[in-house]
Design a protein around this ligand. Sequence first.
Ligand code: ADP
Ligand code: 5GP
Length: 233
Amino acid sequence: MAGLLFIISAPSGSGKSTLVHELRSVEKNLDFSVSYTTRAPRGSEENGREYHFVPRERFEAMIAEDELLEYAEVFGSYYGTGRSALSESFAHGRDLLLDIDVQGAEQVRERLPEAISIFILPPTPDVLKMRLTNRSRAEGKVEDSVIERRLAKAQHEIENYHKYKYVLVNDVLERAVDELSAIVKAERYLHDGDDLTRPGVQKVLAIAESCRVSHSAERLRPVLDAFGVVFSS
Ligand code: ADP
Ligand code: 5GP
């Protein structure tokens, strides 16, 4: 049986990579698609682990050869998902996780409407700025213009939150990991036709449901307000 496809998007610096890392340590059998990018490696990033770092010419050849499921230009660099990640995971009946931006998510949803999409919000613009600054500092390179560019793009990305099935706020890390993990478990239970009346299952389903956009007005409104985005479900 083919596996599930999860898409996670978030403004840069929201903590998506951190969350994905934590999620994969608690939820097994979840492949992560290593994207191709033309941007330079950051900090301790390694080729083939966080990304396949390729020259622009190679990326453009992949576009021409239709080797990418989706791609987008983000902050002046190309980012894209290789089709092979999907076919390999699904051939083995494994679930696959894509960490892609809002443009890429739109393309995947059009091609694969069954994909389960999750949007991660930072709690406030100030916290987002602080996380971007701390990360740059840890990498030994604080460039205010880079941080400002990422902050400016955050609002535009956040405007797309309602196109996602689930939205969560990465405030307290443990809570966000629990919610993400509940979403993955819940989708697996539903997909596998498990007995949904079991007590443990009920709890997981309730946490996942609380992350549905339609059930999150109270939680999301103040966060969206802070970014100047109007709530709509
Ligand atoms: P992204 O992948 O969304 O660009 P990162 O995972 O690199 O973001 O996180 C950006 C910074 O914020 C990192 O320094 C990370 O350690 C920190 N961070 C992530 N989640 C949290 C959280 N819930 N609370 C505090 N700091 C966090
Ligand atoms: P970063 O440079 O911070 O790693 O990523 C910048 C943005 O590119 C993030 O929003 C991230 O989700 C997005 N991104 C990473 N890989 C892909 C990809 O394969 N396709 C698309 N469309 N976006 C990606």
